[in-house]
Design a protein around this ligand. Structure first.
Ligand code: ACO
Ligand code: AAE
Length: 326
């Protein structure tokens, strides 16, 4: 999703739970449970969703059913269905399944690139070029995003230079990416760094700037969202229940919690299009599909405050008490 002008009120929440949320869990969520959860997220008003990754099942067994999941998700109207692809082979399979948008992980850190995809950053840029050619040939309407992992630091390599992030973002656009988002894979970012880095990348790639993908590893997820918002970002990745984390980045943990993010943005007067009560219902569908898995988030525990009004002026239909505290 391109950067919108600061005057535009819409904020796009890109739900990554079915991909980032599930990829590192020991449990494998049954396909029927995934589809029920995805349908519940659709009913809540989610407009963009990353439903899985086209990777070898030997690597991530949680994603073995991704083609079936994509084929189901694209039957639901009015949203963008994304899939992560680590290479050309994954892109071919994702396009065959009907994905609306592909996202390729490109690490800013060379060490993380090798750990995650067993390829150098230069090799991943070549892979991107090949995927862009394929997309142009067989599915020109499909959007191609690069998610730049470890853009704020890496637990394997340590600090990641700002210049390197800007250089790689520009190289990704040159290689065919429509959007380049920045990811805080191991939760090392702080708000000042987030504001500065998004501004610098925006100066380099303009309308190609994509999402802020922030993890809550050190409790700074929402603070970092505000900093990215301040820098002009209008698309935010988040995960229901705060599930998530890269299995190939030591110390990685959950994403920004979608429930808390939607509450914050709506309370600030920024329309997300998402209904919080239906989002809580989706959380229960998720819980039923992943019994025993801890779900994070403060808003689900506290409930909506009395007098809460959505950015578009709607009032909640009824749930104003704390469903999880009851
Ligand atoms: C920051 C984040 O959270 S990013 C998300 C988490 N990370 C990921 O999902 C990345 C996972 N990593 C990977 O999937 C792998 O490292 C790969 C596929 C990118 C590269 O791994 P390699 O072992 O070098 O792959 P290689 O090309 O040698 O293929 C190995 C096998 O996998 C198969 N394969 C390769 N790509 C794919 C694919 N996209 N889908 C299915 N199978 C595949 C090959 O056919 C081969 O199969 P074979 O052994 O039966 O012949
Ligand atoms: C692909 C991702 O999941 C993004 C990240 O956290 O690096």
């Amino acid at each position: 999703m391109p950067l919108l002008s600061p005057a535009a009120p819409a904020v796009l929440i890109s739900e990554v739970g079915p991909r980032d949320g599930l990829q590192s869990l020991a449990a494998v969520m049954p396909t029927a449970a995934k589809l029920a959860w995805i349908d519940a997220l659709h009913a809540a008003g989610v407009r963009e969703i990353e439903v899985g990754s086209f990777v070898p099942a030997s690597r991530l067994p949680q994603m073995a059913d991704v083609a079936e999941v994509v084929r189901h998700a694209v039957t639901r109207p009015g949203w963008t269905v994304m899939a992560l692809v680590p290479n050309l082979r994954g892109a071919e399979a994702a396009l065959a399944a009907g994905a609306h948008k592909l996202t390729l992980p490109l690490s800013a850190s060379e060490a993380h690139s090798q750990a995650n995809v067993r390829r150098s950053r230069a090799q991943m840029l070549e892979e991107l070029r090949a995927i862009a050619r394929l997309r142009d040939r067989v599915a020109p309407g499909v959007a191609l995003e690069v998610g730049m992992s470890t853009a704020f630091g890496c637990t394997l390599q340590g600090p990641v230079a700002e210049d390197e992030v800007v250089r790689l973002a520009a190289a990704a656009v040159e290689a065919g990416a429509d959007e380049v988002g920045l990811s805080d894979t191991t939760g090392m970012a702080d708000p000042a760094q987030v504001r500065r880095r998004f501004r610098q990348v925006h100066a380099a790639i303009g309308r190609h700037l994509g999402a802020a993908h922030l993890h809550n590893t050190r409790g700074l997820g929402l603070a970092n969202v505000l900093a990215a918002l301040d820098a002009g970002v209008r698309t935010f990745d988040s995960s229901q229940g705060g599930l998530g984390g890269c299995p190939y980045a030591p110390g990685a943990s959950g994403n920004v919690v979608t429930e808390d993010l939607v509450f914050m943005l709506e309370a600030m007067g920024l329309d997300t299009g998402i209904d919080l009560e239906r989002l809580m219902a989706a959380r229960e569908v998720l819980r039923a599909g992943l019994p025993g898995e801890p779900l994070h988030g403060m808003t689900p525990e506290a409930g909506l405050p009395p007098g809460f009004v959505y950015a578009d002026g709607r009032r909640p239909a009824g749930v104003t008490t704390a469903p999880e505290a009851a």
